[in-house]
Design a protein around this ligand. Structure first.
Ligand SMILES: [Zn+2]
Length: 75
């Protein structure tokens, strides 16, 4: 039984919702403020849709060097 994490856009709390199947459509609402403006949050240990290459998330806009190995290139 898959469980997904959601976030309320109104009060910004996070909550989890269980689904019978991955394709099940459910009417979701915030358990706190009962708002229907919720969005799905991709948890870290969830499905590996975007596995590699998505390292920079918080303003990591360093100069993209044109090299192969990025892990050992300093400067
Ligand atoms: Zn809410």
């Amino acid at each position: 039984m898959p469980v997904y994490e959601f976030k309320c856009k109104k009060c910004e709390i996070k909550f989890e919702e269980y689904f019978k199947s991955a394709s099940e459509q459910k009417k979701l609402f915030c358990p706190s403020c009962k708002s229907e403006h919720v969005e799905k949050v991709f948890s870290v240990f969830g499905t590996s849709e975007a596995g590699n290459g998505n390292l920079a998330s918080a303003g990591g806009n360093k100069a993209g060097s044109g090299g192969g190995c990025g892990c050992c290139a300093m400067g």
